[in-house]
Design a protein around this ligand. Structure first.
Ligand code: AMP
Length: 197
């Protein structure tokens, strides 16, 4: 099964992707996690991405497409994967289509987590304070200024993807404002339909 989880920052893509990953035994491919690891390692990709990410901007398409192309080629992706945070632009979506087509693969579904803009800032603040309380390190982009830029990038670059995937007959919207377990149930329903179909 090959899925995309789509939604604004703070919509719960990471949480739900992880749950699907555990349930279905397929890896969660988070470009955000991969880029943060690259920044931490000080790799060439990390050096390119560090300042852009801290400011809340989008890393260039060729960089993230390269990361995903390499990752999808790994053996654990044979059974499928969940894309979390990729694609984020129309050119990334087109590159993904090409990449999958070249391997004789196709996407099964795109799940959109729908969340009101007004609650995103408070969700991200909550994530930062919970991380601090647990003794962790708060993400460099979990602050008010970077969040504004991340939301702008989402509405300008990423939100057109809902139309793109709707036109491809792949989009399934889910209420991302429900409690986590309810969101999970809605996703299970969507995935059940796919398995049945
Ligand atoms: P995330 O963990 O998905 O919120 O991503 C954190 C940051 O990583 C984003 O704000 C971007 O700077 C960068 N990033 C992650 N995925 C992508 C992508 N597909 N395209 C461009 N930038 C990305």
């Amino acid at each position: 099964m090959k899925l995309i989880l789509l939604g604004p920052p703070g919509a719960g893509k990471g949480t739900q992707s992880q749950l699907i990953s555990e349930k279905c035994g397929i890896p969660q491919l988070s470009t955000g996690d991969m880029l943060r690891a690259a920044v931490k390692a000080g790799s060439p990709v990390g050096l390119k991405a560090k300042a852009i990410m801290a400011a809340g901007g989008l890393v260039p398409d060729d960089v993230v497409v390269g990361i995903i192309a390499e990752r999808i080629a790994e053996p654990d992706c044979k059974k499928g994967f969940i894309l979390d945070g990729f694609p984020r632009t129309l050119p990334q979506a087109a590159s993904l289509d090409q990449l999958l087509k070249s391997k004789g693969l196709h996407l099964d579904t795109v799940i959109e987590l729908k969340v009101d803009d007004t609650i995103l800032a408070s969700r991200i603040e909550k994530r930062a304070s919970e991380t601090l309380a647990a003794g962790g390190t708060v993400r460099a982009d979990d602050n008010a200024d970077a969040l504004k830029t991340r939301l702008m990038a989402y509405y300008r670059e990423t939100s057109p993807l809902t139309g793109y995937y709707f036109a491809h007959g792949l989009l399934k919207a889910v209420d991302g404002m429900a409690p986590i377990a309810d969101v999970t149930r809605q996703i299970d329903d969507v995935l059940g339909l796919i398995r049945a179909g």
